[in-house]
Design a protein around this ligand. Structure first.
Ligand code: 2PG
Ligand code: MG
Length: 419
């Protein structure tokens, strides 16, 4: 039972060149854990606060020195000396001391970096791989651990891709029956096939925040046409080996109860948008549709669920924001069949695990996701395996901060064989 001896935090840069917090936790047996907090670009309004300094003289106001002071002056004195293996108590203390509903006092970024660094140090101390250590905090089931199916974001639009198109992410998703290492290979194959298809159409193959291509297209449907061609040219069968998905992140094209997309010349009501998704689904067979409607458009969500959920996973991200109250509302309203879990949306490991558990109990599919502003921290890969998530969403299979997670899953895959 090792105790927390020291907590040190510093400002580092994430993959978007924006400051975030990296925290080191040292235990009295010498075990060390280092963790950093990711940041979103399309941030839902129900998320834990990513506390920024708002000092325009530094990093365009995005510095995190105040959040670091909160760790040094408030969290550290409280946590030093505590049993590092009692993650529940540690996270609970931080929640209590913050005392707000959205961690706006201490900062969700500050709290999460400490929460993860403690878990990493404690796993080291217990000489356990992190995914097995985290398993200790998950309600036991008889399910065998497996690597979740990866969802690769191959075209970036919306806020992630200079608004070249409206929908934020166009995903390719291998069949769940495939082994993870095979899924990674075919996902990467489609990615490079898509690069060729894009260039053959005289379009730019420059990439967006998550490594997906970001060509200037005249409609969202054009992106699906390009991806379908890329799948076919990879010697794979669309709808059999590889499936299509979309994260519309619709809050970024929603204003005053109306949606605006390039595919339509007039503004759309939520009913119109659902009819559009239905038409797209008839043509492209979407396995996955995330944030199809805005985060407070419950009627739209219910309509989408009724219209499409027998064929397509209706996924809540900004809608739920890894928040237990939002999730319970989404379940009772029959708004979703799957949910995104992002630990930084709620701010502690224990709370994120509880939301994943709640989703499973309700029979929802669980997708563990990174953020667009990632660091090279690969915690989220271990977290996804520990909750036995159905899917993970870590971006395109390129760029250091994305492949850090995909590669960690390869290591876990080989470890699972020897368990
Ligand atoms: C999303 C995420 C991650 P962001 O909407 O699912 O892809 O984007 O981190 O910008 O919120
Ligand atoms: Mg999303």
């Amino acid at each position: 039972m090792a105790k927390i001896k020291q907590i040190n935090s510093r400002e580092i840069l994430n993959a978007k060149g924006e400051p975030t917090i990296e925290t080191t936790v040292i235990l009295n047996d010498g075990a060390v854990g280092i963790a950093s907090a990711p940041s979103g670009t399309s941030v839902g309004k129900y998320e834990a606060v990513d506390l920024k300094d708002n000092d325009e003289k530094r990093y365009q106001g995005k510095g995190v020195l105040n959040a670091i002071t909160n760790i040094d002056k408030i969290l550290s004195p409280l946590l030093v000396g505590m049993d590092a293996s009692n993650q529940q108590l540690i996270d609970k203390k931080m929640i209590e001391i913050d005392g707000t509903v959205n961690k706006s006092k201490i900062g969700g970024n500050a709290i999460l970096s400490v929460s993860i660094a403690v878990a990493k140090a404690s796993a080291r101390s217990a000489v356990l791989p992190l995914f097995l250590y985290l398993r200790e905090y998950v309600k036991k089931d008889d399910q065998q651990l497996k690597i979740p199916t990866p969802c690769f974001n191959v075209i970036n639009g919306g806020k992630h891709g200079g608004k070249s198109i409206d929908f934020q992410e166009f995903l390719v998703i291998p069949a769940t029956s495939k082994k993870y290492s095979e899924s990674l290979e075919i996902g990467t194959r489609v990615y490079f096939s898509l690069k060729k298809v894009i260039e053959n159409n005289n379009l730019s193959s420059l990439v967006g925040f998550e490594g997906g291509f970001s060509p200037k297209l005249t409609s969202n449907q054009d992106a699906l046409i390009l991806i379908k061609k890329a799948i076919e040219e990879s010697n794979l069968r669309a709808g059999f080996d590889m499936f299509l998905g979309i994260d519309a992140a619709s809050d970024s094209f929603y204003n005053e109860n109306k949606y605006i997309i390039k595919d339509k010349s007039t503004t759309l009501t939520s009913k119109d948008l659902v009819a559009f998704y239905k038409m797209v689904n008839e043509q492209f067979h979407l396995l996955y549709l995330e944030d199809g409607l805005s985060e407070d458009d419950w009627d739209g969500w219910k309509e989408l669920y009724t219209t499409m959920s027998t064929q397509t996973m209706i996924v809540g991200d900004d809608l739920v924001a890894t928040n237990p109250f939002r999730l319970s509302e989404a379940i009772s309203k029959n708004a979703i069949s799957a949910v995104i879990i992002k630990p930084n949306q709620i701010g502690t490991i224990i709370e994120a695990l509880a939301v994943a558990e709640m989703a499973k109990q309700a029979g929802l599919k669980v997708i563990v996701s990174h953020r667009s502003g990632e660091t090279n921290d690969d915690f989220i890969a271990d977290f996804a395996v520990s909750v036995n998530a159905d899917y993970v969403k870590f971006g395109a299979p390129v760029r250091g901060e994305r492949v850090a997670k995909y590669n960690r899953l390869l290591a876990i895959e080989s470890q699972l064989k020897s368990l």
